[in-house]
Design a binder for this molecule. Structure first.
Ligand SMILES: [Zn+2]
Length: 408
């Protein structure tokens, strides 16, 4: 039996019947033209149906979700956070796979269907964190599409053996090679960038670099990244995560970097960090840079905040950017939908005939309203399977929508 979803409001305001078949959207018919349903129908009474979200930057291996609350223990510096993590993480009572699973399901319950996670790869723990996240990814295939970045949290050149580990991580299943502050952490931008780009080229994968470096130093690293991206023909496969420097410098300097990034097809990921001015997102978009968003740290040693909600994250970024019109709020929504998919090298199907039946339902009359209030997700469906209701994963696990419709 084909389950119907009646009175679903689409982003363009239309009230429609969605008919699903084999996990895909088989038909979209305006309600005024929909014949009386011959098979079971679920009535959404005009609630908004939006495509599943993309979270472009998380740290599944670091989260403390699933554990009792732990007060923030690290000092205010990056070094202190790295040290605190190296001391605390090995003694947690839940495994990496278990904690990562909690965060994956939390993201899914908020309507995220695809995420990119950075995973620590460093000499003291080798590939242990990666193995845990690979396990969590395998356990949650029905829940989430997951890209993994092998992330050299403790540096590359200053932590001997890290390059070989990054290479091994990609061989073991990581999808991209990471990097971190090649000047500030390694004091060897050429060494780090040549090293990680060589792995990416050899293995045929993308690069996603954490770049916290400020001001002109950060702009220098951006130039070095863009130059290597072009030289190796890796346009469209490289992301700069954070790029705080773009928010530190005068607009003319940011504009020059935006042109470089656009020409090199280098994307910018932002999570709207409270600790730095926001990069000029509108300017970057105007220059053709693909800007996308992610939650970054969700309740871990680095930050006690976060829920894994990508819609809330886009809302925070829109608020920080002072985007108030509906058109600007759609731009904020784009950071976790179409632009994120493009940056991650994935198709964005939206809500369309033939697309996967992957969507969430919210009490809102428009995308802007949903973004502004990020209300509880009434229902989350992935490929025709219901994953969550009212922000909570389904008791007893995912359930085909057809079963649910017949039960109502
Ligand atoms: Zn990060």
């Amino acid at each position: 039996m084909t389950p119907h979803i009646d009175n679903a409001r689409l982003a363009d305001g239309r009230l429609v019947r969605l008919s699903l078949k084999a996990g895909r959207i088989d038909a979209i018919v305006p309600m005024e033209h929909a014949p009386a349903a011959t098979s079971a129908a679920l009535d959404l009474h005009g609630q908004l149906v939006l495509p599943l979200l993309f979270d472009g930057h998380l740290h599944l291996d670091k989260t403390l979700l699933g554990l009792p609350w732990m007060p923030h223990a690290a000092g205010p510096s990056r070094e202190s956070r790295i040290d605190t993590e190296l001391h605390l993480m090995p003694h947690l009572p839940l495994s990496t796979a278990e904690r990562a699973g909690h965060l994956i399901r939390a993201c899914a319950a908020h309507g995220t269907g695809t995420l990119r996670t950075h995973v620590d790869v460093e000499p003291r723990n080798g590939l242990k964190a990666l193995e845990g996240v690979l396990q969590a990814r395998a356990d949650h295939r029905q829940w989430m599409n997951i890209q993994i970045v092998a992330f050299p949290q403790t540096g590359v050149m200053r932590s001997p053996g890290t390059l070989a580990l990054l290479d091994a991580a990609v061989a073991a299943g990581a999808d991209l090679v990471g990097g971190i502050d090649p000047c500030e952490i390694d004091a060897d931008p050429k060494g780090q960038l040549d090293g990680i780009f060589a792995i990416a080229e050899r293995r045929g994968v993308g690069v996603d670099i954490h770049l916290h470096e400020g001001g002109e130093l950060g702009l220098f690293s951006i130039r070095e990244i863009c130059q290597r991206t072009r030289a190796l023909g890796m346009q469209g496969k490289v992301t700069i995560s954070h790029g705080f420097s773009l928010g530190h410098v005068p607009e003319s300097r940011a504009r020059a970097s935006a042109t470089l990034m656009s020409d090199a097809g280098v994307h910018l990921l932002t999570h709207g960090a409270a600790s730095h001015p926001l990069p000029p997102l509108a300017l970057l978009r105007e220059h053709g840079v693909t800007v996308f968003a992610g939650n970054d740290n969700v309740r871990d040693i680095w930050s006690p905040y976060g829920t894994g909600d990508a819609l809330e994250r886009a809302s925070i970024i829109g608020w920080r950017a002072d985007w108030r019109t509906d058109a600007q709020m759609l731009d904020a929504f784009d950071l976790v939908t179409a632009s994120a998919a493009r940056a991650m090298g994935l198709p964005f199907e939206g809500i369309a005939v033939g697309a996967a039946a992957s969507f969430f339902v919210v009490d809102a009359g428009s995308v802007a309203q949903a973004l502004g209030a990020h209300p509880v997700r009434r229902m989350v469906v992935r490929e025709g399977v219901v994953l969550a209701h009212n922000g909570v994963v389904c008791e007893g696990g995912p359930r085909p929508l057809g079963e649910l419709v017949r039960a109502t």
